[in-house]
Each structure stands twice: as C-alpha cells, then as structure tokens.
Design a protein around this ligand. Structure first.
Ligand code: C2O
Ligand code: CU
Ligand code: CU
Length: 478
C-alpha cells in the first residue's frame, strides 16, 4: 500500500494543535510540550542563481528551494520533521551540530537505514542548544550536497536576544559548466587527493552577487554558514568591524577576529554582531580572500538613503547566553589521538598552486587518498568497520588531532561540541566550542568533550571529497 504522506502529516499536525490547545487551557506554557511539526520533501528541481530572469540550473532541492527552508526551532522544544524522499537514490538528513539522540543523526548504515526513493522517515529530537546549525544529506554526500541539498537550521534562544535584525547567509559553492549546469565528474582523483571540489560560483541564500541592503546605525546579528563541499572562505567586511559572538552555534567570548578576517571552512558557522557604521547611500564590499591571488567580491553592503537608525553608536555587543554543555574534567581525561594522513605531496590551498609530487601514501588501497591513524574509511560511513575507539559514557575525552598532510581539513564530530583547548601548543582563548575544527597543514589541535551521549558517532573531514576518500572514522560511546 502506498504511504499517504499528506494525510499522515495533517493528522499529526491536528493532534499536535489539539494537544497545544489543551495545555494552554490548563495555563501551562503551550510551547513547553507542544511538538513542532515540520516536513521536508527532497526532490529534483531548479534554481536561478542570478535572479528571476536568469537561466535555470538543474539542482536537487528541499521543499522546492536552494537552499532548503530556514527552519527556526526553539531551544528545548521537541520537533518532529518528516522527510520524504522523491529522489531516485537513497538519502538521509543529518542535523549538523545538533546534540541529539544517535538514532536521529542521519548516518545511513550506522544510525538508520537509508530513506529509499519514495519512502519517508520521521526525525524527532529536542535541540538542547540555541544557535546556528544546518542540515544536509549524509548519503552520497559529495553528489547530494554538491547538487544543492543543504539548509539552515536556527535554534532560537529560550529568552530572545535583542538585535535590530537577524540575518542569515547560507553560502554555497557551485562548479558549473559553460551551460550554467552543475558539472559532472564528482569524486575525481585530483579533487579527492588535493583541495576537494572547489567550484566557480558562490551564492548567498541561492543568489549570486546580489547587494545586501542595510540601514546606517543598525546592529545586525549575521549568521554565516558555509555549506560548500570544499571551499574555505576568509571574509572581510570592508569599512566594518564584525564581532564574533558564536562559532558553530556555540557562544564564545565576543571578540574581533584576528586581522579582521572571518575564516569559515566547509560546515562551519559564525554568528557576528555587525554594526552598520557606513554613511547613508554608501557601498562596502564583502571580500573572500582565502585562496592567495583569487580574492573575489562576495557581495556588497548597500546602504539605503534613510538617516541613521540611532544618533550614537551602541556600546560593544554583549555575550550570548551560553548553552548547557557539560564541562570536561581534564584531570581525569581519556587521551585519544587522531592523525590525519595522505593526500598529494606538496600541498597548498588549492589544486595546482602547491604543485604535485605524487601520492603521499602510495601504499593506500583503491579509491582511498586519506587515512585516520592508518585506516581509510571511505564513502558515507556505512557499516562494515568497527569503531576506532570506545569511550565509557560520562568520561572526558581529551582529543588531539594532528594533521600530517599538506592540506586543510575542517574536522567535524557528530553528536558533540568540542571545547577547543590549544592550537600548536598555544592555548585557544575565549572558551570556544566547535563541532567543526579547521586544521591547517601540519596543525595540531587539542580539544576535549564529555562523552555523555551513547552511540556510534562519525568523526570526519567536511571537505566532502576527503570524507569519501578515507578521511573519516567512527567512535563509540557505550
Ligand atoms: Cu555535516 Cu557528517 O556532517
Ligand atoms: Cu554533523
Ligand atoms: Cu579534508
């Protein structure tokens, strides 16, 4: 029998509404227990990157759009998201950065069966942390994210935080051919063993190089999310001084970034407070200059002619409320080391710039260009390999990640946030927690987390080509 998706949902929505009504009748806060019901349909679709008039590009979409809808959830409120797969291949949805039950993590073959074409899966979780997150498939990740499947997920603070505006830029990088269509050749050895599939068009919320309209004097909370397959970014806001409020959804001590650049590797998010200190009518470029010699204008802050919103500049932005993260006990920590190995010799930031001198690890087996502690787990993390290490529930893990390669790797852990302790021996200030930690070539980063969430969890590079080609592992919390 065919699964009646629409009926199922509307009935659920009806029940949820009825439950909400009953609760508010008894004067308890309705949102405390009402389940937030959402749905996502994954399907082929079209995007127009240069406005309505532009030519369409064939993409894959969540609810008809690239990027997918921006879900705004509430901290501590349960949500139920029904995902319907209308692609002709398996998919799943991974809720990147959300600390949730293992069974809801969306890794096919590890935490759930893949969602087959025509089938649905209902994800249920309660986000414990407020912040900026995102969602994407974890099946055939390189192709599915590369064809556009990604969307923002905002968890709102239980108590609202005041800004004049709350904006979000979900950044995607596309490799298009001369017909404006997504170029084939996903997973080629050049991409896989070097900088990954860096594209040739960057979009903000699905639009290329459109102006961002702003008003003088306003203070914006700008949530930046890099949903690229491989493109690292270093953003400069000309004439402005962004203040970093949160990294990967987790509030940190507010600070201006070193040399004013916001380094945003694939899968990372940064929330900034941006005071619009330009004059009415002025224009200020936002530049991405991560790759030496390949700087480009991402967008322009276009001030309208309206007089400034306020006469005097605001005081420095205050810290966002911290999330309820368990504090690592470093005096009793289990030490674990993760060594990143492989890739082409030579290195550099982008294929072709650093030179090629043959494979770094000629002994590695078919399709694998990378390894973690000598083991290449390839693909999407499907079963077949046991966990690389096991932690007892409640233990603190002191995790050292050492990059022996000549390439950059944003290392991502599922299910946890990492307290970042040191980089190359220097302490990292500002109490930063991240789910995605960027390692430059030869970097060593020390982190810690409390293994409070049982299950099998992925740890991988978020350059999708690197992940597929072996830079991935699994650990277990019992
Ligand atoms: Cu953003 Cu394994 O994922
Ligand atoms: Cu993740
Ligand atoms: Cu990598």
């Amino acid at each position: 029998m065919k699964y009646d998706f629409k009926y199922h949902l509307s009935r659920r929505a009806f029940l949820a509404a009825a439950a909400g009504a009953a609760i508010s009748a008894s004067l308890r806060p309705a949102r405390a227990s009402a389940v937030d019901e959402r749905q996502i349909k994954v399907a082929p679709g079209e995007a127009r990157f240069s406005g309505k008039a532009g030519p369409p590009t064939a993409v894959w979409v969540y609810n008809g759009a690239v990027p997918g809808p921006a879900f705004r959830l509430r901290q501590g409120q349960p949500v139920r998201i029904a995902v319907e797969n209308r692609l002709s291949e398996d998919t799943t949805v991974h809720w990147h950065g959300i600390r949730l039950r293992n069974a809801m993590d969306g890794v096919p073959g590890l935490t759930q069966q893949p969602i087959r074409p025509g089938e649905s899966f209902v994800y249920e979780f309660t986000p414990p942390d407020a912040g900026t997150f995102w969602y994407h498939p974890h099946a055939d990740s390189l192709v599915q994210i590369g064809r556009g499947l990604a969307g923002p997920l905002i968890v709102e603070e239980a108590e609202p935080v005041a800004f004049d505006r709350d904006l979000l830029w979900l950044l995607q990088d596309w490799r298009l051919n001369s017909d404006g269509q997504i170029a084939g050749g996903f997973g080629g050895m050049m991409d896989a063993s070097m900088s990954g599939r860096v594209g040739n068009l960057v979009t903000i919320n699905g639009q290329a190089s459109a102006d961002q309209n702003v008003r003088a004097g306003e203070r914006v909370r700008l949530r930046l999310a890099n949903a690229s397959l491989a493109r690292m970014m270093a953003l400069r806001f000309e004439g402005h001084r962004p203040v970093v409020l949160a990294i990967d959804g987790q509030p940190c001590d507010p600070h201006e970034p070193e040399d004013g650049r916001l380094v945003l590797a694939p899968a990372m998010r940064i929330d900034i407070a941006l005071d619009m200190q330009g004059d009415p009518g002025s224009r200020h470029d936002v530049i991405d200059d991560f790759y030496d010699g390949l700087a480009y204008r991402l967008t322009t802050l276009a001030y309208d002619q309206t007089s400034p919103l306020r006469a005097h500049p605001l005081a420095a932005p205050v810290a966002l409320p911290r999330n309820p993260l368990p504090e690592p006990d470093l005096s009793n920590a289990i030490r674990q080391e993760i060594v990143l190995q492989g890739g082409m010799m030579g290195g550099g930031k982008l294929a072709g710039i650093g030179g090629m001198m043959g494979m770094g690890m000629p002994g590695m087996n078919g399709g694998a260009a990378w390894a973690i502690n000598g083991i290449s787990m390839t693909g999407d993390g499907h079963a077949g390999m046991g966990p690389q290490f096991t932690l007892e529930r409640g233990a603190t893990c002191h995790l050292t990640m050492r990059n022996e390669t000549a390439w950059w790797h944003p290392m991502h852990v599922h299910g946890f946030s990492l307290s970042v302790l040191s980089r190359n021996g220097s302490p990292v200030p500002r109490r930063q927690w991240q789910d995605t930690v960027l390692l430059a070539p030869k970097d060593t980063v020390e982190c810690a987390f409390v293994a409070d969430n049982p299950g099998d969890w992925m740890l991988h590079c978020h350059v999708a080509d690197h992940q597929m080609a072996g830079l991935m592992t699994v650990f277990r919390v019992t």
